[in-house]
Design a protein around this ligand. Sequence first.
Ligand code: AMP
Length: 282
Amino acid sequence: MQVFHTGTEWQTNWLKSLQSGKTIGFVPTMGALHQGHLDLVKNSKKECDITVVSIFVNPTQFNNPEDFAKYPITLEQDLKKLEDEGTDFAFLPETLSIYPEKPVLTLNFGELEHVLEGEFRPGHFNGVGIVVSKLFHTIKPDKAFFGQKDLQQVAVIKRLVRDLSFNLELVVVPTRREVDGLAMSSRNLRLNPVERAQALILYWSLTKAKDELLAGKPWLDVRNQIRQDFKETSLARLEYFELVHPEHFTRFEAFEPDQKSSICVAAYLGSVRLIDNLPIIP
Ligand code: AMP
């Protein structure tokens, strides 16, 4: 596996020699890699000739400074995992090479800014959009791989690709879970044992709500009961639990079996914020 640190290095040393018909798959990450990230790498390796993985903890997408300061960093293990997975290139940029100066450009994703992650993490999608645009411009992939775990981020990146005419295909990879159902996340490393046990309520609430919806219980009753469950049975502090269209993220007040829909949840365990989602009608 080749490691590089700047876009110039990639473009002068590698990209030109690769361009003779080889397809490039790209997996952007913030490191602290787990099996969910490696699933993206596996998909890229299956679908593309060359796989590039970036590891960059992007400061501009953190609306909470403590979350940024405490974001787990496990670079040595990450590189070993990527190597074992057969990754061709790892891109480890320095912050200054991505942001020689603070961008003045801001991206606004319309309605997506006003619901769920957009509402509770102001500025987050601007930071994601800016860094992903920079990475796409640098790597020039044919395909880019993103996790369904960050469902609203997928919707944001789809808009970004369409609105800015990036010439690439997005591939969405299903959420990888621990055996007990907890969605894998780098932030899980920050949970203490009690929080880790309590974090199960995210997946538990999603599956319970899905079963009840499909059995005919009205959505607002389902949501009220789940809010109650969080208060009464868990240390987790619920931020949102919503039924949405998985692409536009319009919120539904009632379940329509002929409409695409997903339930999205965000909750805090101590100071660690976790998100998850479950498709109801894919
Ligand atoms: P992150 O390092 O958290 O920025 O995530 C990098 C990529 O991995 C994003 O496209 C995420 O959606 C994806 N990802 C994170 N966790 C999972 C998971 N449990 N299953 C599948 N993909 C994931």
